[in-house]
Design a protein around this ligand. Structure first.
Ligand SMILES: Cc1cc2nc3c(=O)[nH]c(=O)nc-3n(C[C@H](O)[C@H](O)[C@H](O)COP(=O)(O)O)c2cc1C
Length: 306
């Protein structure tokens, strides 16, 4: 594979290919993150980590539905102090950029977690301002332009690394939120987190997830994510990382054509295994050669040309 053709630069963060591990699909261990890098991911994003440890919701936290998953994990995590050791270990082991996803309940918390993550070796930060199922954080931050502006500014002031802001589709106008994040200093936008959803068991007549409502991921959400990327591309200049339902090279190319400079993969990894990164990368490379493009960057946003 010609890595030059596949190389992307996300606001100074250099990836050998445009595929990334999406946040939360795997645990926090250096071993698993490293195995994803060895399986060909251009970068890895950790599960979201907060200031203090959090237990998350009781089971069931994930349910498989047609063409995807619905999850409400409740952001279980060991807290940044304990996780910092794992970040150090991961950084020493992997040879691709390590992006640490952080969440908080205030701008100061987001900034404190991001600062500690960078001190431990994070190459960049992704702000989870879009988790659809935990009160007072996640999408409750990302749906409020004033609070989002303060969070992004606080994190940018606390670190000199690239800050990705992961947007929620569960808003009236994602372009307004994208504009706020970009204006506040976001270096890149990850578009999108899961779509609010639920599943009910016909036999028990009860919601399946312990939290009742959760977030839909996988192929079922892909057309929503592609539309969001397409809309955001027309409104902001910062690089976009597409996320939602990428399972093969054709899905990835669709996101690139809509305006994404790279894609994240989550559910397909859970359902199909880590080979998905190499398969998607090879497929993009073949597509570029077949169509006569010298670089993956040449197709970013191409569907907007008319
Ligand atoms: C089990 C599970 C856990 C997740 N945990 C997180 C998380 O901790 N932080 C976050 O920003 N996104 C989280 N996500 C959302 C994914 O990163 C991604 O945005 C979403 O699944 C859509 O991509 P996909 O269709 O490739 O899975 C999670 C998704 C799943 C399925």
């Amino acid at each position: 594979m010609n890595t030059g053709r596949l190389a992307v630069d996300l606001a100074g963060l250099k990836l050998a290919n445009p595929t990334m591990l999406a946040s939360g699909i795997l645990g926090y261990s250096a071993e698993t993150l490293n195995s994803i890098a060895e399986n060909g991911a251009g970068a890895v994003v950790t599960k979201s980590v907060g200031l203090k440890p959090r237990r998350g919701y009781p089971n069931p936290t994930v349910v498989q539905v047609d063409c995807g998953l619905i999850n409400a994990m409740g952001l279980p995590n060991p807290g940044i102090t304990e996780f910092a050791a794992e970040i150090r270990k991961t950084k020493a082991a992997i040879n691709v950029p390590l992006i640490v996803s952080v969440y908080g309940y205030s701008e100061d918390e987001y900034a404190a977690v991001a600062k500690k993550a960078v001190e431990a070796g994070a190459d960049a930060i992704e702000l989870n301002v879009s988790c659809p199922h935990v009160k007072d954080t996640g999408s409750e931050i990302g749906q409020n332009p004033r609070v989002l502006d303060a969070v992004v500014k606080a994190v940018k002031a606390a670190t000199d690394r690239q800050v990705f802001v992961k947007l929620s589709p569960n808003v009236t106008d994602i372009t307004e939120i994208a504009g706020v994040a970009a204006k506040a200093g976001a270096d890149a936008l990850t578009v999108i987190n899961t779509v609010r959803a639920m599943a009910i068991d016909a036999e028990t007549a009860m919601p399946i997830l312990s939290n009742e409502r959760g977030g839909l991921s996988g192929s079922a959400m892909k057309p929503i994510a592609v539309r969001c990327v397409y809309d955001v591309y027309e409104h902001v200049k910062v690089p976009i990382v597409g996320c939602g339902g990428v399972a093969d090279w054709r899905d990835a190319v669709e996101f690139l054509l809509a305006g994404a400079s790279a894609v994240q993969i989550g559910t397909a990894l859970a359902l199909e295994g880590p080979e998905v990164f190499r398969a998607v990368t090879r497929g993009i490379d073949k597509y570029l050669r077949r169509k006569g493009f010298k670089s993956v960057n040449d197709v970013v946003g191409l569907s907007h040309r008319n």
